[in-house]
Design a protein around this ligand. Sequence first.
Ligand code: NAD
Ligand code: TYD
Length: 339
Amino acid sequence: MTIIVTGGAGFIGSNFIFYMLKAHLDYRIVCLDKLTYAGNLSTLAPIMGKADFRFVRADICDREAVDGLFAEEKPDIVVNFAAESHVDRSIEDPGIFLQTNILGTQVLMDTCRKYGVKRFHQVSTDEVYGDLPLDRPDMLFTEETPIHTSSPYSASKAGADLLVMAYHRTYGLPATISRCSNNYGPYQFPEKLIPLMIANALNDKPLPVYGEGLNVRDWLYVEDHCRAIDLILRSGKVGEIYNIGGHNEMRNIDIVRLICKELGKPESLITHVTDRKGHDMRYAIDPTKIHTELGWLPEMRFEDGIKKTIRWYLDNRPWWEKIVTGEYQNYYRKMYGGR
Ligand code: NAD
Ligand code: TYD
């Protein structure tokens, strides 16, 4: 079994590769990644050179490169994690989001058709459903919730999802889609809420909370997401969408306070800054379908997962310190300087 994993040098893709190589000793994984600012080859260093793993640097939008790799590898399955993934960056500069997230997905699917790949899996997000009101805890995103996007990021992911469903219906592409809530865990780029707050707190820097910090996200430990995708690849039905989430809604401000507490840092580091434009209020997944049809349940409790994640950032300072110096400084000044 050969699986091409795109975006495998990023946060979830790398965790997925580690998970799959451990769970299926007879699988071979080929990682295709452009190594944008978010891709980090040092994450994959422990498996480089192993017989069941190959890394190829390429852009999913590069038809020739993608075709060449499929011709060589004849993959059974393609799992597409490759994406521009940060909402704030999409607000600053939407173009690359449309390019990679929509057109890149098209290139992958065309190539899957050409080589008769048995499954194309699109890793999508709950953000395609837009947001939910804070005062309606009874409302959750199901697979039937209409697409209603807020940011250029979520619109580009929704565009890709629609294209995947169109390729399934029109060409019979054997495709599945998963829509997961916010992930946390090791190897997450420190521009996202949890690693950014951990890194800043460890450096005694201000913790920039957008607005009042009352926005709610539904947090899932990354390995639970990886296990769900593995299950969909093996038992999911083609043409189906599966929501993934663990009923773990938290307000941003409570997460940041928890990080302060765990690290023994004062809450006076918390700084309320200008809110994100179009900021989604609340995400909350109804995972009934994947639970009843495929038997998936999350295994990591948030209390344990957040401790484990903080421990990982403490133990792996060189990994993220390399990132928060250099080019990242320019990004940080641009995004947070005038807020
Ligand atoms: P990430 O930004 O950490 O990693 C993205 C990876 O894709 C990087 O390695 C990058 O180099 C690569 N990449 C970007 N453009 C590429 C291109 N044109 N060609 C090849 N590779 C390219 O993202 P992540 O948080 O790991 O998210 C992975 C996927 O999961 C994304 O599709 C995202 O929409 C989805 N998702 C993320 C979350 C979350 O909480 N992080 C939740 C639900 C869904
Ligand atoms: P983020 O990690 O960017 O994920 P997403 O926007 O895709 O859910 O942000 C999570 C939440 O944290 C979101 O409500 C925005 C908020 N946030 C802050 O308050 N400050 C920050 O510096 C960042 C990056 C995010």
